[in-house]
Design a protein around this ligand. Structure first.
Ligand code: ATR
Length: 336
């Protein structure tokens, strides 16, 4: 295993983390025994960063599962979890109110069975609560010893600036991969300016870059991608054509497409720690194979040619969530 430091925070983690969301929801049913075996295998091969959230699964299912699997390994791992996504209005909403931050943290500590969280993220920016108030409450958790480092997810430049002025931010977890490069427009530079480490989620494009997606109907009932604009209709057909070329390129380097996709992210800088999600040991081993891949100028140029900016058809967001929920969120200003 190789290790990296998240920005200037001093938080040292394995070069790849393990995204645990799929063990509780998002991509259809997962086998719990294999999920736990995957977490244990990750520990065995030197992975230290484990990513969960209070919103993954019903009633904190994912935090409980991760907590159970990591019991007995507390000092060897970095536990990252999140608050701020809530059920409401017949769908999902966000809550960045300070009281909510405090309550969520105590609940997460209980479910995880730990006395502190290593990295605590605001899962989505709440447009109705000034981010200074949310991060102020998070900073109080650091002072109380309940949390070690703070993070943001899908935050806008404005939110990052204001959050970083309130308390040091160790990590920004936003979607980033060859499948979704919006972060490169302005958010990435802003995060780096503040010494914030980058934790790309969905580094495999919600699984598309693995090359295992072929038809909408092949996806399990309950797999959220069945409604994703890039995973259906003409968009899917177009995207499968792009993927075929990317798979071909990976094979010329004796890599799986997953490995090439992850290697591309790792190559973006030492401050980048992708967290591919998997529920299976075999896929974890495949992904970890990316860590030793070295890309050269020629490889980068060929990747850019096969998957240029704007290569994929369809929006990166799930329908109806774009502006308020998923996109780089900005909160209202502090009252003067
Ligand atoms: P997210 O961050 O949303 O979890 P991701 O990391 O881009 O998204 O992709 C996760 C998806 O890729 C999952 O469906 C995962 O399925 P498994 O749990 O069955 O592994 C799939 N996946 C991850 N690594 C894979 C690999 N090496 N080969 C095939 N599928 C893989």
């Amino acid at each position: 295993m190789k290790y990296r430091t998240l920005g200037t925070s001093g938080l040292r983690v394995s070069a790849l983390g393990l995204g645990c969301m799929g063990m509780s929801n998002a991509y259809g049913p997962a086998d719990e025994a294999e999920s736990i075996a995957t977490i244990h295998h990750a520990i065995d091969i030197g992975i230290t960063l484990f990513d969960t959230a209070n919103a993954y699964g019903r009633d904190g299912h994912n935090e409980r599962l991760v907590g159970r699997a990591l019991a007995g390994h507390r000092d060897d791992v970095v536990i990252a979890t999140k608050f701020g996504i809530v059920a409401g209005g017949g769908g999902i909403g966000v809550n960045g109110h300070p009281d909510h931050v405090r309550e969520c943290c105590d609940e997460s500590l209980r479910r995880l069975g730990v006395d502190h969280i290593d990295l605590y993220y605001q899962h989505r920016v709440d447009p109705d609560v000034p981010i200074e108030e949310t991060v102020g409450a998070m900073a109080d958790l650091v002072a109380a010893g309940k949390v070690r480092h703070l993070g943001l997810s899908e935050a806008s430049v404005d939110s990052i600036e204001r959050a970083a002025a309130t308390h040091p931010i160790a990590a920004l977890q936003s979607e980033w991969s060859l499948w979704s490069r919006d972060i490169e427009v302005e958010v990435l530079a802003c995060a780096r300016k503040h010494g914030i480490g980058i934790v790309p989620y969905s580094p495999l494009g919600r699984g598309f870059l693995t090359g295992t997606v072929s038809a909408t109907d092949d996806m399990a009932a309950g797999d959220a991608r069945r409604t994703h604009p890039r995973f259906g209709g003409d968009e899917l057909q177009h995207n499968l054509d792009v993927m075929a070329a990317f798979r071909g390129l990976a094979h010329t380097k004796d890599l799986t497409p997953s490995q090439l996709a992850i290697a591309w992210l790792l190559d973006q800088g030492d401050d980048v720690v992708p967290i591919p999600g998997t529920t299976k040991r075999v896929n974890l081993d495949d992904n970890v194979g990316a860590i030793d891949v070295e890309l050269r100028v020629y490889d980068r140029a060929r990747i850019d040619k096969v998957v240029p900016l704007g290569a994929w058809a369809g929006d990166r967001f799930y329908p109806g969530r774009s502006a308020q929920f998923m996109g780089y969120g900005t909160s209202r200003p502090l009252a003067s």
